[in-house]
Design a protein around this ligand. Structure first.
Ligand code: C2E
Ligand code: MG
Ligand code: MG
Length: 707
C-alpha cells in the first residue's frame, strides 16, 4: 500500500459543475494525500489538463458547455492525454452512461451517489494501475529499442513451436524482405513450415530444454541463402512458462575467421598438410576411438635419408620443393580409398617438421597392413624427383609403432615410432622397422653395454685370440688373425659381432682399435723371439677406424713402439669400407702403403666392389667369406664362385685366403682350386697366445687339424 505521507502528492483534476460535489471530492482526495484542481465544466477541464498535466481526472458526465464524454474524447486526442487515467462520474443506474464512458476512453467510472470513504482509495488504485501500465509501456519501448539496436533477428515461439512474433535483424533485412523470413511468412506458422526439418527439430528440442530448465541454450545451424552457406547461432531464452524468445545471429564471418585461424594453427605452411599439433590431436582422438571400439592402429614415422645433404648442396629452395613433392606423394600413397574405408583421412598425414612426416593408420587389422603402407611409402620415395633440372634420388627410413602393443598414450606411440625410425636408419637406411617392446629392451641393454664398454679398456676386460692362417701347400702357419674378445664382468665373454658395431657407433672403436693393434704387434714380436719365426699378423680395421685421420699415425707409432716389421702387418678391410668414398680411400691407402703395411679384403664376396678398384688399391689378399666355403663341397654354385674368385684374384696377382674352413673335404677342394691360405676351425680355432706359441714350437710340415 502506498502511504499518503510518504508518497509524492499526486494531482487530480476534478471537473464538476456542482461546487459542493467538487468540494467534497477535493476533501476526500486530500484524505489520501492527493491534491485537487477544480474545473467547472468540460471545456475548462480540457484547458486545465493541457496547462497543468494532472495525474488523474475525475469527470462528471453531465456538465454545461461540454459534457464529460466530449471532454474525455478531447483529452484523449491530445498527445499527453492518451495515457492519463480518467474516471467518469455517472448517474445512478445509468448503464448506458457507463458504456458511453468507456467508449469515450474512460479508464474507470464511479456512480452516484458516491460512496465517499471509498472514493479516495478507488482513485489511488486507478493511479497505481496506470502507473504500472506506463512503466510497462516504457519497458516495452525500451526492449524494442534494444532489439532494434542489435543486429540479431528475433522471434518468439510458443510451446507448440508456432511463431508469435518475428523481427528480421539489420543484416538480414535486405535478404529477408524477399526471402522466406518475415513477419508475414513466419507469424502464425509452425517452425517446421519455415525452417528445414532437421534444424527445426533441433530448435524445438532445445526450446523444450529451455522451458524446462529456464537456462539459455543455443543452436548453431547452416542455411544456404542465395547460393551462399550462412552460419547462424540461435540463442533461446524462456520469457514465460510457455514462450521462448530466440535471437538469431549470422556468425558466418566469425566461422570464416575461426576456420582461418584453425588453418594457420593446424597446417604446415610449406606443404599445406597438417602439422604436429593437428597430428597430435588426431592421434588423441584416434586413441580414444580405438580404446572405446577395441581397435588397433599404427603410427608411421618417416624421415628422408640424407635430406640435409640435399639442402646443403642444392640449397634450401630445392629442399623445400622436395618436401612439397614428398608430401604430395605421401598424400597419394595414403589416399583414403586404399588405406581404410573411414571418412575424413586428411589429418592422418602430417609433417612434424624438417623432413619428418607421420602417417596414422586407423582400424589396423594386421601388422602386415602397416608394413605394406610403409613399403608403398618407400617405393613412392624411390622414384626420382625432378627439381629445377636436378634429378634427385632419396630414400626414406620408416619406424612403426602399434596401438595397443607398444603403448597406450600419444606421446609414447610417437616417440616409439621415432625410435623405430632411428633403428631403421641404423640398419642401413631405406628401411622400415617396427617398434616392439623388445626393441626397447634391446636399446636398454645397448645403453648398458655402452656404459660397460667405456670402462672395458681401462679395466683390462678386452683380450685377443689368434686364429692361425695356414699355407695350403706347405701346411705351415704363416700368419694369424687377431680377434678381439670382451670378458664382461657379469655377462661373461661377449663376441665382437655384438660389441664392435656398438664401439663403431660410439666412436670407442678408435681407442679399442689402437689397443688391438699395439697388442697384436707386441705379440707378433714376442713370437719372433720365442719361435724364431716371422708370422704375419692380420688385424681387422673397421670403417670408422679407416676414416679416422690419425690412422696412419697410430699404425706408425704401434710399429715403431713394438719394433714390428711393417711388412708383417696386414690390415683387413671390408669391401664396404673401401668403396664408401673411393677418393678418400685412395689417399689413406697411399699413406698406409707408404708405411709398408699390407692390406687384405675381408669377407670378400658379401659386399660390392669393383675389381678395377681392388687392383688400383694394391690389395695383397682376398679373404673369401666363410658363407661361400660352408656349403662346400656339395654346393656347386658356391664351388663355382669360389673357384672363379681364386682364378680372378690370381689373375690380379692377389693372394687368396679361404675363411671358415671346417672340414677336410673343404680343405681338399680349396687345395684343388689352388687357394693359397686357409683359416678355419678345422685348422685352428681362435686361441690364446700361449696355444699359438705351442703350435709354433711344434715342427710340422702338414696342416694340423685341431678337433
Ligand atoms: P672376421 O674378420 O671375418 O673374422 C672371422 C670370424 O670367423 C671370427 O669371428 C672367427 O672366430 C670366425 N671363424 C673362424 N673360423 C671359423 C670357422 O671355421 N667357422 C665359422 N663358422 N667361423 C669361423 P669372431 O672372432 O667372432 O669375429 C667376428 C668379426 O668381428 C670379425 O670377422 C671381424 O669383422 C670383427 N672383429 C674381430 N676382432 C676385431 C678387431 O679387433 N677389430 C675390428 N675392427 N673388428 C674385429
Ligand atoms: Mg677378419
Ligand atoms: Mg671374415
Amino acid at each position: 500500500m502506498v502511504s499518503p505521507t510518504t508518497h509524492k502528492r499526486g494531482v487530480v483534476l476534478v471537473a464538476d459543475d456542482d461546487p459542493v460535489m467538487r468540494l467534497l471530492m477535493i476533501e476526500m482526495l486530500g484524505q489520501v494525500g492527493l491534491d485537487g484542481i477544480e474545473a467547472e465544466d468540460g471545456k475548462q477541464a480540457v484547458a486545465y489538463f493541457q496547462g497543468m498535466a494532472p495525474d488523474l481526472i475525475l469527470l462528471d458526465v453531465e456538465m454545461p458547455n461540454m459534457d464529460g464524454f466530449s471532454a474525455c474524447r478531447e483529452i484523449r486526442r491530445i498527445e499527453t492525454g492518451a495515457p492519463v487515467p480518467i474516471i467518469m462520474v455517472t448517474g445512478g443506474d445509468d448503464i448506458e452512461a457507463v458504456t458511453s464512458a468507456y467508449e469515450a476512453g474512460a479508464t474507470d467510472f464511479v456512480s452516484k451517489p458516491i460512496n465517499w470513504p471509498i472514493l479516495g482509495h478507488r482513485v489511488l488504485y486507478v493511479l497505481r494501475a496506470s502507473d504500472a501500465i506506463v512503466r510497462l509501456r516504457m519497458a516495452d519501448a525500451h526492449n524494442r529499442a534494444v532489439l532494434a539496436a542489435i543486429p540479431d533477428t528475433f522471434f518468439r515461439l510458443n510451446r507448440d513451436g508456432v511463431y508469435l512474433d518475428y523481427e528480421p535483424g539489420n543484416e538480414m533485412q535486405g535478404h529477408d524482405a524477399i526471402a522466406a523470413f518475415s513477419v508475414e511468412t513466419c507469424v502464425g506458422k509452425h517452425i517446421t513450415e519455415v525452417l528445414p526439418r532437421d534444424i527445426a527439430d533441433r530448435l524445438l528440442e532445445q526450446m523444450r530444454g529451455v522451458l524446462d530448465t529456464l537456462h539459455v541454450r543455443s543452436v548453431d545451424y547452416e542455411l544456404v541463402r542465395f547460393g551462399v552457406i550462412h552460419h547462424y547461432e540461435a540463442r533461446l531464452v524462456a520469457t514465460g512458462a510457455s514462450e521462448v524468445l530466440g535471437l538469431v545471429r549470422d556468425i558466418s564471418e566469425r566461422k570464416r575467421t575461426e576456420e582461418q585461424i584453425r588453418r594457420l594453427a593446424y597446417c604446415d605452411s610449406l606443404t599445406g598438410i597438417p602439422n604436429r599439433q593437428a597430428f597430435l590431436e588426431t592421434l588423441e582422438r584416434e586413441l580414444h576411438r580405438s580404446k572405446v571400439g577395441n581397435k588397433k592402429f599404427a603410427v608411421l614415422f618417416m624421415d628422408l635419408d640424407a635430406f640435409k645433404r640435399i639442402n646443403d648442396t642444392l640449397g634450401h629452395n630445392v629442399g623445400d620443393h622436395l618436401l612439397k613433392i614428398v608430401s604430395e606423394r605421401l598424400r597419394e600413397t595414403t589416399r583414403p580409398s586404399d588405406l581404410v574405408s573411414r571418412g575424413d583421412q586428411s589429418h592422418n598425414l602430417a609433417r612434424l617438421g624438417g623432413d619428418e612426416f607421420t602417417i596414422l593408420i586407423p582400424d589396423l587389422e594386421r601388422v602386415e597392413n602397416a608394413l605394406a603402407v610403409a613399403h608403398r611409402v618407400k617405393e613412392a620415395m624411390r622414384r626420382p624427383f625432378l627439381i629445377e633440372g636436378n634429378e634427385i634420388f632419396v630414400t626414406a627410413s620408416i619406424g612403426i609403432s602399434l596401438f595397443p602393443e607398444d603403448g597406450d598414450d600419444c606421446n609414447s606411440l610417437l616417440k616409439f615410432a621415432d625410435t623405430a625410425m632411428y633403428h631403421a636408419k641404423n640398419c642401413g637406411k631405406n628401411n622400415a622397422k617396427l617398434y616392439s617392446s623388445s626393441l626397447t629392451m634391446q636399446i636398454m641393454s645397448h645403453v648398458k653395454l655402452e656404459v660397460g664398454l667405456r670402462k672395458a679398456l681401462k679395466n683390462e676386460e678386452l683380450y685377443l685370440l689368434y686364429q692361425p692362417q695356414i699355407d695350403v701347400r706347405t701346411g705351415d702357419i704363416v700368419g694369424v688373425e687377431a680377434l678381439v674378445r670382451w670378458r664382461h664382468p657379469e655377462r661373461g665373454i661377449i663376441s665382437p659381432t655384438e660389441f664392435i658395431p656398438l664401439a663403431e657407433e660410439t666412436g670407442l672403436i678408435v681407442p679399442i682399435g689402437e689397443w688391438v693393434l699395439r697388442t697384436a704387434c707386441k705379440q707378433a714380436m714376442a713370437w719372433q723371439r720365442v719361435a724364431k719365426r716371422s708370422l704375419r699378423m692380420a688385424v681387422n680395421l673397421s670403417a670408422k677406424q679407416f676414416k679416422d685421420e690419425n690412422l696412419t699415425q697410430i699404425v706408425v707409432s704401434a710399429l715403431h713402439d713394438t719394433g714390428l716389421d711393417p711388412r708383417l702387418l696386414e690390415l683387413e678391410l671390408t669391401e664396404g669400407t673401401l668403396m664408401d668414398d673411393a677418393r678418400a680411400t685412395m689417399a689413406t691407402l697411399e699413406q698406409l702403403r707408404g708405411i709398408g703395411v699390407h692390406l687384405s679384403i675381408d669377407d670378400f664376396g658379401t659386399g660390392y666392389s669393383s675389381m678395377n678398384y681392388l687392383k688400383r688399391f694394391d690389395v695383397r689378399a682376398l679373404k673369401i667369406d666363410k658363407s661361400f666355403i660352408s656349403g662346400l663341397p656339395q654346393d656347386s654354385e658356391n664351388a663355382a664362385i669360389t673357384r672363379a674368385i681364386i682364378a680372378m684374384a690370381h689373375g690380379l696377382k692377389m693372394v687368396v685366403v679361404a675363411e671358415g674352413v671346417e672340414t677336410d673335404a673343404q680343405l681338399g677342394l680349396l687345395q684343388e682350386y689352388g687357394c693359397d691360405l686357409v683359416q678355419g676351425f678345422y685348422l685352428g680355432h681362435p686361441s690364446p697366445h700361449e696355444a699359438i706359441t705351442q703350435m709354433l714350437l711344434q715342427p710340422c710340415a702338414e696342416p694340423t687339424p685341431t678337433k
